[in-house]
Write a protein of this length. Structure first.
Length: 94
């Protein structure tokens, strides 16, 4: 994962605080539960990105084994495959 779980916790807290302080949401649940939902969603997104990375690398190793990990050609192909996989899952990579 690009961020540690501790960093995700901090980020979720900041997002929650901003949303509540600026009154972007009107909660019908407790703040702790809302914070947990934000943190859970962030972790879900990061895990999905990890899964996409793994699937793309596996696809390249299976179908284009002549490409060496870490080379510019591998990285270019990896980004293309990641985009295709993300698109098929209805996810947008940033």
């Amino acid at each position: 994962m690009r961020l540690s779980e501790e960093r995700v916790e901090i980020l979720a807290k900041k997002i929650t605080d901003i949303m509540l302080d600026d009154e972007h949401v009107d909660l019908e649940i407790g703040e702790d539960r809302f914070l947990g939902m934000i943190e859970g969603k962030l972790l879900e997104i990061l895990r999905l990105e990890d899964q996409i990375d793994e699937e793309a690398a596996a696809w390249i190793h299976e179908h284009k084994s002549y490409l060496e990990d870490g080379t510019p050609d591998f990285e270019i192909e990896l980004e293309k495959i990641k985009k295709n996989i993300a698109d098929s899952k209805g996810y947008v990579l940033y």
